[in-house]
Design a protein around this ligand. Structure first.
Ligand SMILES: [Fe+2]
Ligand SMILES: [Fe+2]
Length: 147
């Protein structure tokens, strides 16, 4: 059985893993820069999958576009991207003062992912046919929507 929840939850977990690994290395090391860029690229791609492939289906089928959960998720994505960009600049500059941004990003994402996993992703699994879910997963897997 196809599951949007399984696929997207696994990507949350994969990204959380990279973020945690990043938190454990010397922030001024090459390894830190490598991990952070893998993290940033992966998270931006994940957000693009949601905003460009998944959310439009929810919005189309429910007619809930401007005031529903996807509107809230899109707003949170904007904050996440700002934090990612700020952190990226600091890591690239070898700045060691990253803790507050790192913690804020971790907190915002934990809450954000929790909402997606408890409200939004289950909607896809419950409301779409196997064929529709398969089509979305194919689209996601072949997507080059983000870096
Ligand atoms: Fe999201
Ligand atoms: Fe997500």
């Amino acid at each position: 059985m196809n599951s949007i929840m399984e696929f997207m939850r696994q990507d949350h977990a994969r990204l959380d893993g990279i973020f945690a690994e990043f938190g454990g290395v010397d922030v001024q090391s090459v390894k830190a820069r490598e991990l952070f860029s893998a993290y940033k690229n992966g998270l931006e791609r994940h957000i693009a999958w949601e905003e460009e492939i998944l959310f439009p289906v929810f919005e189309e089928k429910t007619g809930n576009r401007d005031s529903g959960p996807t509107a809230v998720m899109r707003m949170e994505h904007r904050e996440i991207k700002v934090l990612l960009e700020r952190l990226y600049l600091r890591v690239e500059n070898g700045d060691i003062e990253i803790k507050p941004i790192q913690e804020r990003l971790g907190d915002v994402l934990a809450e954000h992912n929790q909402k997606e996993e408890s409200v939004l992703y289950p909607w896809f699994d419950q409301s779409l046919s196997e064929t529709e879910k398969q089509a979305l997963l194919d689209k996601i897997k072949s997507s080059t929507a983000a870096p």
